[in-house]
Write a new protein. Structure first.
Length: 197
């Protein structure tokens, strides 16, 4: 039922999101150059890897030794605006169409975090990752990692079509408010180094 809901909503909304995606792609190409898309291997259902696709929001600036500068230094004002409006996430609808993601679920994080999760936190991989999720509408990046993972596991235990619809509606409201986009002092969130619990 969840898969049918995802596909139906994405396909029915395609006359809206496809033109917006093409427009943003042209805008990213003009403002940041190539590549337009940012792809990265992320853990999905049962921590199986897939290629997440987003719009690029950072430059490729490097220091004198050839190392990439920090995310904060490479994130442009335009890229920050893309993130604040969540337009950088729009290409993930392709991941939804491929069945690698759902519209709603725990956000797919970095692969290097997987070994650092507690048994409780690892349960976030018991469902497909989502474009948005319970943690995103309850603080997003303004809450701690532990709070975020607890919200993810709450979703795993209570997910339903009604909850998904509620989260999608709350996501629309959150996008307009642009709240919780980044943690203080970070472009998004600090690196997860393991649970303190």
């Amino acid at each position: 039922m969840k898969r049918i809901f995802d596909l139906s909503l994405v396909i029915m909304a395609s006359p809206i999101w496809v033109p917006v995606l093409l427009l943003v792609a042209l805008w990213v190409r003009f403002r940041l150059g190539s590549p337009v898309f940012f792809t990265q291997e992320r853990p999905g259902l049962h921590a199986k890897s897939f290629e997440l696709i987003k719009f690029r929001t950072m430059t490729d600036q490097r220091d004198e030794a050839g190392n990439l500068l920090s995310d904060t230094e490479r994130l442009t004002p335009f890229g920050q605006w893309l993130r604040s409006t969540s337009l950088d996430e729009l290409p993930e609808l392709w991941n939804v169409l491929l069945g690698e993601m759902s519209l709603v679920g725990p956000r797919p994080l970095l692969k290097q975090y997987v070994p650092l999760y507690s048994k409780h936190q690892s349960r976030r991989h018991d469902v497909l990752p989502g474009v948005t999720g319970w943690a995103q509408v309850n603080g997003r990046n303004a809450i701690s990692w532990e709070e975020k993972f607890d919200l993810d596991v709450y979703y795993v235990d209570h997910h339903s079509l009604v909850l998904d619809i509620k989260i999608l509606w709350m996501t629309i409201m959150a996008v307009f408010r642009r709240h919780g986009i980044q943690a203080p002092g970070d472009a998004t969130m600090p690196v997860f180094e393991g649970s303190k619990k």
